[in-house]
Design a protein around this ligand. Sequence first.
Ligand code: SAM
Length: 415
Amino acid sequence: MPTGNLDEDSAAQSAETVRQLRALSTPPGAAALARAAALLDGRTDAVTALSRLRAEVGVDLAGPAWGIARQREKARPAFGADADRLLFTGDTLEQAGRPALAARRAGRLLDGGVRSVADLGCAAGTDTIALARAGASVVAVDRDPVARELTALNVAALGLRGVQVRDADVVDLVATADDGRVAGCDAAVLDPARRAGGRRLLDPDRWSPPWSTVLALLDRVPRCVVKVAPGLDHARVPDGVEAEWVSAGGSIVEALLWGRDLSTTWRRATLAGAGGAVELTADTDPGPAPVGPVRGWLHEPDPAVIRSGLVSLVATDLGATLVDPTIAYLTSDSTAGSPWTSSYPVTDVLPFNLKRLRALLRARGVGRVTVKKRGSPIEPETLARQLRGPGSGTAVVVVTRVAGAPTVLVCGPPS
Ligand SMILES: C[S@@+](CC[C@H](N)C(=O)[O-])C[C@H]1O[C@@H](n2cnc3c(N)ncnc32)[C@H](O)[C@@H]1O
């Protein structure tokens, strides 16, 4: 997706993509999409499928229909049944958030009394759709004509009302936001583009719109939520702004900054699952957890807890201590039974030494290990291969630092 000024070539390319999207939204286009999906489901190879499609639906529709069918296949795990009604380009699908999380954010905005929301950088419309479904009236803004077309067509395909799609530069809109409102709305969702040329942009000043616009929005529109990179430095979070890290399946899936009128705490860790969310909050910095010697159980905190700086809350809850002041592994005398940690029974603690470790595992009949590491340069897959042996037993090998020293904890399977 272009993030700079559209030059002539990319403007012509965008115009052509818009024309194709419109063609796919006609009844013959819908028939071409259905046929492309059937060929894809039937695992017909791309060359054969395209030549059949060309013969059946015409050259003009065949290529675009095949492209969309492939994006829909990729979108299905996250978008479910909607995927087969929505249109995406490769770029907009790559930039799309998870619809379930967009719905959660929309719910919190509306619970905060918000009625109209500006989706500042709508791409294919994931947030716009979630907001409209939650009952908000939405102004969906993007400077990219393909994004605007996708959002308009997707909203129409789902039969949603109350959405206006607008061409504007978010930087200008935010700079002129006034009286807590932007683009005529009383709240905003901002999801800056954080990739360029297929790479993550680690420097927030290079996001589009850049960090200065994120700060301006948080200042000028106190009912807003901004999606940021999970690695965002805490020092960047302005006072009075709640920062939330959301994880699912053991990985961080999004990080959010909530505007001052919607913030209800200092930091929040959220575990999002199929059955709903579990949350942990702190109104002030809880500080570091205490450090102590390795005990019978090792606990690996969920990444949302680690990123949000709430490890010490979990430690207090479990009566646990850190194995090292710089490493987010906790230890205690018993298993945790907490949604915030995976717990492993520790059988051995030894200094890091490959020969000794291999001998110990052989003596125990362990032939396969899962290697985990924190604060160590080792390559887990390589070490797991090096430790493979004839035994039928399994173990979890944790390579870390304990009180500053490179250490291995041999553990049983997680409880
Ligand atoms: C990360 S995507 C948004 C993804 C969307 N929230 C979703 O989940 O599908 C960012 C969007 O912002 C748009 N954008 C970036 N800078 C912009 C600017 N200065 N003005 C308007 N739109 C902009 C891009 O074209 C892109 O469509």
